[in-house]
Structure formats: structure tokens, C-alpha cells
Design a protein around this ligand. Structure first.
Ligand code: DQA
Length: 140
């Protein structure tokens, strides 16, 4: 069974509270449940991890080396700033799908650039929770 690591970055634990007009009313627990159920129905094993800390996300990516078959990552604000997360993804070399709940291309200028897109095989944005299900399908 393929093992996929799902990583969610800063403030995503505040889903349901943070800016509902942009991110919706569903909670982070509901997102975890959606991902878990979708993975089970596709015959994939998932581990879901959330952190507000850049270094912890780098550590988690490094731990995936030789342990997982792929990574799904929503780096949240680190998308637009983190060369460290980009380098970690390149270092472990696992196939990676980048997900954003909102459409980062239709928001502020500073959200249009993603360091992670320089490595990710695919970027899915603006599809809310469904983006994670689509990302899981990439690994089938
Ligand atoms: C986000 C988009 C980022 O620009 C933002 O900083 C986030 C969430 C998204 O899922 O739409 O925190 O990655």
C-alpha cells in the first residue's frame, strides 16, 4: 500500500475560525477527516501533519525520506517565502503535490509566487478540501 505524507503549514489549524470568506467554515478536524476517508477509499495510507513552524516542517519532510511514497503539502504562508522547505523537498526527492484551499493566483500579488511550485509535480489551488482528494488521486 502506498504511503502518502500530508503536510499542512501555519494557521491551517485555525480553519473554520480564520477568514471564513476565503477558507470556508469547515474546521481543520473536518479537513483531516476528509483526507483520511478519501485515502481509505483509494487504498492509500496517509499520515497527516500540521505545524506552524518552518523548521518542524523541514524536519518532517526529511523524516519522509525512505519512509513515504509521496508528499502532499499545503505550506500555507511559507509557500511564498520558504527556500528551506523547497530545498527539503528537493533533498528527499519524493513526488510532491502542492495544494492550496484558495486560488493564490487571484488574491494579493505576493501570493502569486510559490517557491514550492519550483519542485512540485502538480499544484492544485482554489478547490477547497476537494484539492486534497485530487492530490491523493495523483498517487494512484
Ligand atoms: C493557502 C494560501 C496561502 O497564501 C496562505 O498564506 C495560507 C493558505 C491556501 O490554502 O489557500 O495560509 O496556502
Amino acid at each position: 500500500m502506498k504511503k502518502i505524507l500530508v503536510i499542512n503549514g501555519p494557521n491551517l489549524n485555525f480553519l473554520g475560525i480564520r477568514e471564513p470568506a476565503i477558507y470556508g467554515n469547515n474546521t481543520y478536524a473536518a479537513l483531516e477527516d476528509t483526507i483520511q476517508k478519501a485515502a481509505t477509499s483509494m487504498g492509500l495510507e496517509v499520515e497527516i501533519y500540521q505545524s506552524n513552524h518552518e523548521g518542524c516542517i523541514v524536519d518532517k519532510i526529511q523524516e519522509a525520506y525512505n519512509r513515504f511514497d509521496g508528499i502532499i503539502i499545503n505550506p500555507a504562508a511559507y509557500t511564498h517565502t520558504s527556500i528551506a522547505i523547497l530545498d527539503a523537498l528537493k533533498a528527499v526527492g519524493l513526488p510532491t503535490v502542492e495544494v492550496h484551499l484558495s486560488d493564490i493566483n487571484c488574491r494579493e500579488e505576493f501570493r502569486k509566487f510559490s517557491y514550492i511550485s519550483l519542485y512540485a509535480a502538480k499544484t492544485i489551488c482554489g478547490k477547497g478540501f476537494d484539492g486534497y482528494t485530487e492530490a491523493l488521486k495523483f498517487f494512484l
